[in-house]
Design a protein around this ligand. Structure first.
Ligand code: TPP
Ligand code: MG
Length: 581
């Protein structure tokens, strides 16, 4: 029998099947498009991992620690759309919380599953390990309430609704969620829906959609200098194609902020460049800040997207977000990013008489990066790497001078993975494991500094264990160079121990076929770059401790003024690395 409710037709007979709580959870995760899980076993999640192994629902990628697993899940979700992380009570969950918080800041949907203490212990007041030994069990779910969009402790009774609510929330909001599975219920049978989970945006309100699209289209059509500013949500909500279709039809230039690097194909004729307040190229800043109709997509003004608050967008900027829009005084709800962009594209007339933007700064000439025998400089390094990038590459970048990779001109179909907002160093090494698992057929390039690498280096062993073949570009400059641009140019706290980085593949996998290079000159680097990509390539570049790209120096110097104020120590002489005069 079917009943008609409003606009939809619903079957009143929902077929159900019997399945254990754990198997249902794994099944739903798989149905959400996730085929791997990252994490570390512990006695409270072993039963779920056994189910995972027995059913083969997901491929398990065990990591060296839960922090790295959380980064891996984040990297995986950025390419795959969603990820799963499995940890154990408290000790695992709290190790992972930094990465999950990063996923929240960066709008990455990760399902964190914590195998937690059994109900038996909660109900009988049994003191358990991995707790504070004070009879409490709510602290860790409370901690996760600060860094996730939704949390639940599963019971046999709520499992069906809560699993679906959490997965759907993560998918819909593009945010992480946290789910506790008490260890004594994973094997209990419950009745679960037979139908697969369907992740689809419910249609918006047709009137709101029409009037919102019409309002935007009429402003765009009347404008002389419209422009679009794109932040990371355009990528997370899969709307980059819609942005480009609109830009194409209405001939509107599109700029991105750093957090949205590579979201818009840089070879797209209407691609304008990177917007970052006064640190933008002048024509980009002028186009965005003086636009008479600026459409911002998910823009979040932050130090790193405003040129340290030097930028100011037009007061009447139209703000389009994942699920709402502001146009002038009007706020539209029950609309979605993709639908709005499609609606506006349909509603605007085809424009033919507006010039395409001047292209972003010319791609640096390849093949000539100075005297081959000269000591390797940052300038020569990035120029050589520019020539190495090819269409479809996945670039994963850590903090420090490796952020200069953001300035590379990217050919089509590249992805750029970095944790710009959260900025937890070491992120990239774990994240690389995740991007490799999500897209094993693409070439993955990691850009990381010695300091950042030391936080999460062990995960190279997992990358080798799974026979992945990334290229790891590590800058060995003896310390935290980017920090020297804030404060402590020569201070010991900015030094790190010198490791034999390029020897690590051998340490992490004695039978490795990885190719390691220690490069000190341009010629050394060129040789390393000519190695075939049939195995992991590790390139340790020895650089001067004070050689930093000007953009990194300037952002550090500005950051010092913002962070420490006019009475801060940065004003004393020679306290921070300044641009060469
Ligand atoms: C978890 C964490 N700890 C500390 C910091 C502060 N921090 C930001 S960049 C950085 C130094 C990075 O050094 P390195 O990776 O060697 O890059 P370099 O600038 O030397 O190329 C530090 C310590 C951070 N962002 N995250
Ligand atoms: Mg360094």
């Amino acid at each position: 029998m079917t009943v008609t409710a409003g606009r939809s037709t619903v079957s009143s007979v929902r077929e159900s099947v019997t399945m254990s709580v754990g198997e249902f959870l794994l099944r739903r995760i798989r149905e959400a498009g996730v085929s791997h899980a990252f994490g570390v076993p512990g006695d409270y999640n072993l039963e779920l991992l056994q189910q995972l192994e027995d059913t083969g629902t997901l491929e398990w990628i065990g990591t060296c620690n839960e922090l790295n697993a959380s980064y891996a899940a984040d990297g995986y979700a950025r390419l795959n759309g969603m990820a799963a992380l499995i940890v154990t009570n408290a000790v695992g969950a709290l190790s992972a919380i930094n990465g999950v918080a990063g996923s929240y800041a960066e709008h990455v949907p990760v399902i964190c599953i914590c195998g937690s203490i059994p109900f038996r212990s909660m109900e009988r007041g049994l003191g358990m390990h991995h707790t504070m030994a004070d009879g409490t069990w709510d602290r860790f779910i409370s901690a996760y309430a600060q860094v996730t969009a939704a949390q639940a402790r599963l019971t046999p009774y709520n499992a069906v609704t809560e699993i679906d609510r959490l997965i759907t929330t993560a998918w819909h909001d593009k945010l992480p969620v946290y789910l506790e599975l008490p260890s004594d219920i994973a094997y209990l049978d419950i009745e679960v829906p037979a139908a697969p989970l369907v992740l689809a945006e419910p249609p918006g309100d047709p009137e709101r959609l029409r009037s919102c699209a019409a309002a935007i289209a009429s402003r765009l059509s009347a404008a002389k200098s419209p422009a679009i500013l794109v932040d990371l949500d355009a990528g997370r909500f899969g709307a980059a194609g819609e942005v480009m279709a609109l830009a194409e039809k209405a001939r509107v230039p599109v700029a991105v902020v750093a957090t949205a690097t590579a979201v818009i194909d840089e070879t797209f004729p209407h691609y304008l460049g990177l917007y970052n307040g006064q640190a933008s190229q002048p024509h980009v800043r002028e186009t965005i800040e003086n636009s008479d109709c600026l459409l911002s997509i998910g823009y979040r003004p932050l130090d790193l997207t405003t040129g340290d608050f030097t930028g100011s967008l037009p007061a009447d900027t139209i703000c389009v977000r994942g699920h709402s829009v502001d146009v002038g005084e009007d706020n539209y709800q029950a609309v979605t990013l993709k639908e709005i962009l499609r609606g506006v594209t349909d509603a605007v007339p085809q424009v033919t008489n507006r010039a395409t933007p001047q292209s972003a700064s010319p791609t640096p000439a390849m093949g000539d990066h100075g005297d081959g025998s000269a000591k390797l400089t940052q300038a020569a390094y990035w120029q050589a790497i520019q020539g190495y990038i090819r269409p479809g590459d996945v670039l994963v970048a850590d903090g420090g001078t490796s952020y200069a990779s953001m300035g590379l001109h990217l050919p089509p179909d590249c992805s750029f993975v970095a944790q710009f907002i959260w900025g937890s160093i070491g992120y990239s090494v774990g994240s690389l494991l995740g991007t490799l698992a999500a897209a094993p057929d693409r070439r993955h390039l990691l850009f990381v500094g010695d300091g950042s690498f030391q936080l999460t280096a062990q995960e190279v062993s997992t990358i080798l264990r799974h026979d992945y073949k990334p290229v790891i570009f590590l800058i060995n400059n003896g310390g935290y160079l980017i920090e020297r641009c804030y404060l402590g140019k020569t201070s010991r706290f900015n030094d790190v121990a010198n490791w034999a980085y390029a020897d690590l593949p051998k340490v992490f996998r004695p039978d490795t076929t990885a190719r390691s290079f220690v490069v000190k000159t341009v010629a050394d680097l060129d040789k390393a770059l000519s190695a075939p990509n049939d195995t992991l390539i590790f390139i340790e570049a020895i650089m001067d401790p004070f050689d930093a790209p000007v953009a990194v120096i300037e952002s550090g110097n500005n950051g010092a003024d913002l962070d420490y104020g006019p009475r801060g120590p940065q004003h004393r002489s020679n306290m921070l690395l300044r641009p060469a005069t």
